[in-house]
Design a protein around this ligand. Structure first.
Ligand SMILES: Nc1ncnc2c1ncn2[C@@H]1O[C@H](COP(=O)(O)OP(=O)(O)OP(=O)(O)O)[C@@H](O)[C@H]1O
Ligand SMILES: O=c1[nH]c(=O)c2[nH+]cn([C@@H]3O[C@H](COP(=O)(O)O)[C@@H](O)[C@H]3O)c2[nH]1
Ligand SMILES: NC(=O)CC[C@H](N)C(=O)O
Ligand SMILES: [Mg+2]
Length: 528
């Protein structure tokens, strides 16, 4: 069932080989910012498997291991003999140096954070226009001797060999992390590698994504009919708009009201999306189906799998109803469009070799007996890229700027069993928190603010001079660029006070409001 993102685009990718780096995502993003298509792959792929992806260039990421440690990932020598341009970063640089016959040593000179970097030569593709600067380091090992045939391009106090090049073979390495914003000129170095070193063109833009995806969708769907799961969120709105552009009224959007929605959500989908695009919309009222299937379940992964399965069952029902309505019996609808993004795939463990963090309902939660062929035009994109595509397609700012809301909805924001009373309670608390955030004019600054009910926790309070024994509500406002990493938002205290005060006064059963001050990692954005 896993489709590699590469299957979704004709671009030759720049492969980021992940050696367990904290920054592999960031490297891929920076390459895309340079308008070059990029994908992350695990280091467990063999050279043959890597080359089979027809990469335009390869970037080896950093990683936590020491190249000497037992079981440390080996950077294979044959990778450098295939004629593909390679840039090694930190661990990748050390591994490349070792593979090519250089030396790596534990000199005891560790460097963490901002580091004065001396550029020894600008007469090479990598460091053209880059002068002495502060780069961001995070290493304990160092390259003590460059491999034969490589020129040393830069040095620092702790790393005399801080950058190397073999121009003829198009092989480059840097000890520091050009992908982090704290590395001055880092983006320039990556672009130098891509444009000057690997000779790539900056032609991967939102315009080119739209054209290419529209073309692919037409090819895939032909003149068949297609349904699209539409949630009111950004991703499905953009996916639907792309499909509509490709195949026009062969498309019917299906909005599933699973009873796990927030206040006013169903109405808002009908109002905003249909008004903006004129697409056909079928509303499936499936509250009972989902509540029955979820009764008595409190394990998060089980909930996610049930929701993923019931979503598909709801789409199947909807498909039958749509066909019956059109009186075109017999002609079943084969295609289902979903607004699946790259992070959904990566976190669900759908990227090759990546860990399963949580099964997103639309990826890891899909049932085995799926009858639809999936159409997922956004499967290779990050959220901010999807927003840019949406804007390009002319969707209104209220849609492309909307805060994300997960498909499983309030179902994964009740820690414990889901009941209609608990949903009712959480819906009220969530509506208050959202209204206050909007009133404070902070919607644009906050990426998302899950409001979570700890249904299995109770604490003692005093309300109206009497004892109460109620549930806590957690506020989880975060800032983020692409939901892969996040920080907790420093909301003004008076806003937090107002939300807390209103929730404890207005929502029966809640006697405490707490603020989640955890970044991602280690926490995820949602609690389940
Ligand atoms: N209530 C729903 N009805 C129909 N399809 C849905 C519903 N909720 C989610 N989906 C499908 O699952 C996909 C993934 O959901 P997800 O929440 O990640 O995206 P989104 O809602 O489109 O955007 P956002 O992340 O901004 O909320 C959606 O793109 C959509 O295809
Ligand atoms: O459609 C979705 N189906 C899911 O199963 C799902 N789980 C998490 N999310 C959203 O993904 C982003 C990252 O969330 P986490 O940090 O909790 O993994 C956040 O924006 C979450 O709201 C989901 N969206
Ligand atoms: N960030 C990295 O890639 C670190 C590489 C290696 N673990 C070191 O400490 O030198
Ligand atoms: Mg959503």
């Amino acid at each position: 069932m896993t489709i590699s993102p590469a299957a979704q685009t004709s671009q030759r990718p720049v492969l980021v080989v992940d050696y367990g780096a904290q920054y592999a995502q960031l490297i891929a993003r920076r390459v895309r910012e340079a308008k070059v298509y990029s994908e992350i792959v695990p280091h467990t792929l063999s050279t043959e498997q890597l080359l089979a992806k027809n990469p335009a260039a390869i970037i080896l990421s950093g990683g936590p291991s020491s190249v000497y440690a037992e079981g440390a990932p080996v950077v294979p020598r044959d990778l450098f003999e295939a004629g593909v341009p390679v840039l090694g970063i930190c661990y990748g640089f050390q591994g490349m140096s070792l593979a090519m016959g250089g030396e790596v040593a534990q000199t005891g000179l560790r460097e963490y954070g901002s580091t004065e970097t001396t550029i020894l030569s600008q007469e090479n593709p990598l460091l053209q226009g880059v002068s002495d600067h502060k780069s961001w380091m995070s290493h304990g090992d160092s390259v003590s001797r460059a491999p034969e045939g490589f020129e040393v391009l830069a040095s620092t106090a702790g790393a005399p060999v801080a950058a190397i090049a073999n121009e003829e073979k198009c092989l480059y390495g840097v000890q520091w992390h050009p992908e982090v914003k704290h590395s001055e000129g880092g983006q320039r170095i990556l672009e130098n590698f891509l444009y000057n070193g690997a000779g790539l063109e900056p032609n991967w833009t939102t315009g080119s994504i739209v054209d290419e995806q529209v073309e692919r969708i037409r090819e895939q769907i032909g003149d068949s009919r297609v349904i699209c799961g539409l949630s009111g969120g950004v991703d499905s709105a953009v996916a639907a708009a792309l499909v509509q552009r490709a195949v026009g009224d062969q498309l019917t959007c299906v909005f599933v009201n699973h009873g796990l929605l927030r206040e006013g959500e169903a109405e808002q989908v009908e109002r905003d999306f249909v008004a903006a695009t004129g697409a056909k919309l079928y509303v499936a009222n499936e509250q009972e189906r989902f509540l029955n299937a979820l009764a008595g379940v409190s394990d998060p992964e089980t909930k996610r799998k049930i929701i993923g399965r019931e979503f598909i069952r709801a789409f199947e029902e909807a498909e039958r109803a749509i066909i019956a309505e059109a009186a075109s019996e017999g002609e079943s609808i084969k295609f289902l469009v979903q607004g699946t993004l790259y992070p959904d795939v990566v976190e669900s463990g759908g990227g090759e070799g990546t860990a399963n963090i949580k099964s997103h309902h639309n990826v890891g939660g899909l049932p085995e007996d799926l009858q639809f062929e999936l159409v997922e035009p956004l499967r290779t994109l990050f959220k901010d890229e999807v927003r840019a595509v949406g804007a390009q397609l002319g969707l209104p700012a209220e849609i492309v700027g909307r805060q994300p809301f997960p498909g499983p909805g309030l179902g994964i924001r009740i820690v414990g069993e889901i009941t209609s009373d608990r949903l009712e309670l959480l819906r009220k608390a969530d509506a208050i928190a959202r209204a206050e955030l909007t009133a404070a004019g902070l919607d644009g600054e906050v990426w998302q603010m899950p409001v979570v009910l700890l249904a299995d926790v109770r604490s003692v309070g005093v309300q109206g001079d009497g004892r109460s024994y109620g549930h806590p509500i957690v506020l989880r406002p975060v800032s983020s660029e692409d939901a892969m990493t996040a920080d907790w938002s420093r909301l003004p205290y008076d806003l937090l006070a107002r939300i807390s005060n209103r929730i404890t006064n207005e929502v029966d059963g809640v006697n405490r409001v707490v603020l989640d001050v955890t970044s991602k990692p280690p926490g995820t954005i949602e609690w389940e």
